[in-house]
Structures are given as C-alpha cells and as structure tokens.
Design a protein around this ligand. Structure first.
Ligand SMILES: O=P(O)(O)OC[C@H]1O[C@H](O[C@H]2O[C@H](CO)[C@@H](O)[C@H](O)[C@H]2O)[C@H](O)[C@@H](O)[C@@H]1O
Ligand SMILES: [Mg+2]
Length: 277
C-alpha cells in the first residue's frame, strides 16, 4: 500500500475522530458520565438534516455506529423521541432498532427489540381523517402522512398553502368542538393528533422503566414540539439542548444536526479517555 493510502482514514475512523473542541458548542463537561445518563434524541432536524419530503432523510456515515455505541455505553438508556411512528423510525435506521417514543408520545418501546407498549393512542376517527385528508387537495405539493392515530399535512413543497391548510383545519375543528384532538404545528407540517399525549408524557413514562429509571436524561430537540420535553428535564435533574436556535429553558444549543452528530461522537471519545487508567 502506498504511504498516501495507508494514511488515509477509513470511513469509520472519520466518523469516530474527535473534532477540534472549538467545533463543539456545548461543552462535554455538562453531561454526566454515560453510565449515569439517559440519552434522548429527536430525529428530524436534530440527528438528521431536514429534507424536502419525509422519505428523503438519510443516516450519514458513522451516525449508526455512534448511536449503537452510545446505546451500549448507557446500558440501553438511549431512545429516539420523535414525531415519527416507530415503524418509520425503524425504516430510517434499519437494521438498527432503538428504544423510542414515537408519534409525539403516541407510541413507546423500551428496548429496541421489544414490542411497543400497547394502548397509548386510539386510532383517529375515520370520518375525521377523511375530512382532514381532503385538505391535501388544496394544492399540489401538499403531502399526507397517515400515522393511524394522527395525520400530518406537509407543505414544505407548497409553502404558499400554509395559511389555507390551517384555516381548513380550524373549520373542521369548529365543526367538532368536542373532538379530543389538537393541532401540532411543526416544521412545514400541520399535524392533527389525539389530545391525550405529548412527547413529554412519553418521556415521563419511558423514564419510569429500566434502564432509564433513576438516570439523568439529556434531550436534544429542534422544534416547537420538543418544548414540552425541554420543560420537564429539570424535574428529572436532566438537561435540554436545542438545535438551530436557543430555545427557552435549554442549557445550550447546536447550530445544526451535523454539530449534534459531532457532539455525540465526541461524548464517546471522552468517555474512552475517562476510563483510561
Ligand atoms: O420529532 P421529529 O423526530 O423531529 O419528527 C418531526 C416530524 O419529522 C418529519 O417531518 C419533518 O421532516 C421531514 C424530513 O426532513 C420534512 O420534509 C418535513 O417538512 C418536516 O416536518 C416527519 O415526516 C413527521 O412525521 C414528524 O412529526
Ligand atoms: Mg425534530
């Protein structure tokens, strides 16, 4: 092998390499030892870069390995906390399966290989779903995402339709004042879901189970829908971090998902150093 090739880092080496400390805006010292932590991670806009449509997201090289190693170092106390369904999360990270709170708290799985805890969210009423789904006809480019218990109307490809979508949803809600539903505004998405759960209710429940129980959680999220989790972190002696903006009540923030990915890899490097004799 010539010298140049021998010195070229392999993909995994690149992913694992410690970045210069200046590129990590959140100091590692804020995070306790991984054996005492629960690592809670939002997906879109936090771990993964946002894409024009939900199906286009991809897991960059090295991230899967970082997540697997964090799962191991935390004794299984790493979970995705996402608006996506568990099924969707598994498709994105296949073949890996992680513990997760899915569908904004509608679904929960304590271990990657365990079944979802049943009975979290009832399926959305069919007639209501039919009426909400018809809103997608307002403009080409509006994408429907049916999670069973909720329905998301994506308008990233039709930004001009935002106002019309929210108005149409309001009219339907005004027709059904007693329907136990709420509207969740996300990034270029309007999601209509059952009112009985949030990411925060999901996290509270997850944290009652081993191996999460009694650990200090840290949660990283990017969106308005993550604010409910930011708000409960102090109750568990935990920490919250936002992405893209400094949200209220967070201990620090990252500029972009790539900074989050570097930070997570950096945690593993520090941990290894910490266990050196
Ligand atoms: O809670 P998260 O893990 O951040 O999930 C939030 C929503 O993410 C997905 O939609 C968003 O990401 C898409 C891909 O980048 C983007 O095209 C879309 O505009 C975003 O809203 C997902 O489709 C939703 O189900 C999640 O609720
Ligand atoms: Mg997000």
């Amino acid at each position: 092998m010539n010298q140049e090739l021998a010195e070229m880092p392999m993909e995994d080496d690149i992913a694992d390499r410690n970045e210069a400390p200046d590129s990590v805006p959140v100091p590692r010292s804020l995070i306790p030892h991984l054996s005492e932590c629960a690592v809670l991670l939002d997906i879109d806009g936090t771990l993964l870069d946002l894409m024009p449509t939900p199906r286009e997201v991809w897991v960059p090289p090295g991230l899967a390995k970082t997540l697997r190693r964090l799962l191991e170092r935390t004794g299984g106390a790493l979970a995705m906390v996402s608006g996506r369904s568990l099924n969707d999360i598994d498709l994105i990270f296949a073949p890996d399966q992680f513990p997760a709170v899915g569908g904004h708290g509608a679904e929960m799985r304590i271990r990657g290989d365990s079944e979802a805890v049943p009975g979290h969210a009832p399926p959305m009423d069919k007639e209501l779903k039919r009426r909400l789904a018809a809103i997608a006809k307002l403009s080409p480019g509006i994408l429907l995402e049916d999670k069973g218990y909720s329905l998301a109307l994506h308008y990233r490809l039709a930004p001009h339709a935002e106002k019309a979508i929210y108005e149409a949803v309001s009219l339907i809600r005004a027709d059904l004042p007693n329907a136990p539903i709420e509207v969740l505004p996300g990034k270029c998405v309007c999601e209509i879901k059952h009112a009985g759960f949030t990411k925060a209710t999901g996290v509270r429940e997850l944290m009652m189970h081993e191996p999460f129980k009694g650990r200090r959680p840290f949660f990283i999220g990017d969106d308005v829908t993550d604010e409910s989790v930011f708000a409960i972190m102090p109750d568990m002696d935990g920490l919250a971090f936002s992405v893209g903006r400094r949200a209220k009540g967070v201990a620090g923030h990252f500029d972009a998902p790539d900074d989050v990915r570097q930070f997570l890899a950096h945690l593993l490097d520090d941990e290894r150093d910490a266990t050196l004799p």
